[in-house]
Design a protein around this ligand. Structure first.
Ligand code: HEC
Length: 209
């Protein structure tokens, strides 16, 4: 009797140790899309419901943490050069369809985290996906994400199309207000105007790429 009981207790203790370890490991796992991310400012008001390769035919909503919005692009002539500060996090929600119901949860988050010191970074960013609802975040080790996002640094079919081939730090939608401010601060003599985000019609997008 005693013996059985102590074995049982031993098993419980072993389980407790295992669980303790498991929860420890879980705690140490970093989650980049922190729970407050839905309150972050959007990087664009454009309705991203047009099909793009790599993100499928789904509604997307990108948001960036406050750190990212402190970015100050440097100016070379009429060109801006973007270098987002370390710990910038951009979370893009991806919904199952182009027209989610009100309150419908996204099916996936794709996440960029500026962390050039991390050996897993590519182009200075960690490229991450979080599958929902299980919440598991995976850092992409292949070059799938960065290869396509390199196109953000040269003329491309999205946003303002980056006609001046500005280095945009792999980000397709750089915040328009920061862009306008940086260009405006150079003085009227330069004669440059900030490209507008709003002018482009939805049908321009999603043609081909
Ligand atoms: C084939 C092209 C392509 C691939 C591959 C791709 N993306 Fe994107 N991504 C885009 C485009 C275009 C946008 C602009 C926003 C939109 O239309 O959804 C974007 C936007 C984003 C944004 C919002 C910031 C921005 O650039 O405006 C994040 C975050 C993001 N992608 C993460 C990822 C991650 C993580 C991967 C890999 C798992 C990935 N992307 C793979 C094309 C791509």
């Amino acid at each position: 009797m005693m013996r059985t009981r102590s074995i049982a207790l031993g098993a419980v203790a072993a389980l407790a140790v295992l669980c303790g370890l498991a929860s420890c490991t879980h705690k140490e796992e970093e989650v980049y899309g922190t729970p407050d991310y839905p309150t972050w400012k959007r990087t664009t008001d454009t309705l991203l419901n047009y099909p793009i390769p790599g993100h499928m035919n789904r509604l997307r909503i990108p948001r960036m943490n406050a750190k990212g919005f402190t970015v100050v692009p440097t100016r070379e002539g009429n060109k801006l050069h973007w270098d987002f500060p370390e710990d910038t996090v951009i979370v893009k929600e991806v919904y199952a369809t182009t027209t989610p119901a009100p309150g419908e949860a996204p099916v996936q988050l794709t996440i960029m985290v500026k962390d050039p010191a991390d050996p897993r970074s590519q182009g200075g960013w960690l490229w991450i996906t979080r599958d929902l609802p299980n919440g598991k975040e995976t850092v992409f080790m292949g070059n799938f994400c960065v290869t396509c996002h390199e196109n953000a640094n040269e003329p491309h079919p999205y946003f303002d199309k980056n006609p001046n081939s500005e280095f945009r730090d792999y980000v397709y939608f750089v915040p328009t207000d920061i862009q306008a401010k940086a260009l405006g601060s150079g003085g009227a003599a330069s004669g440059s105007a900030a490209p507008a985000d709003s002018g482009s019609s939805q049908s321009e997008y999603g043609e081909s790429y």
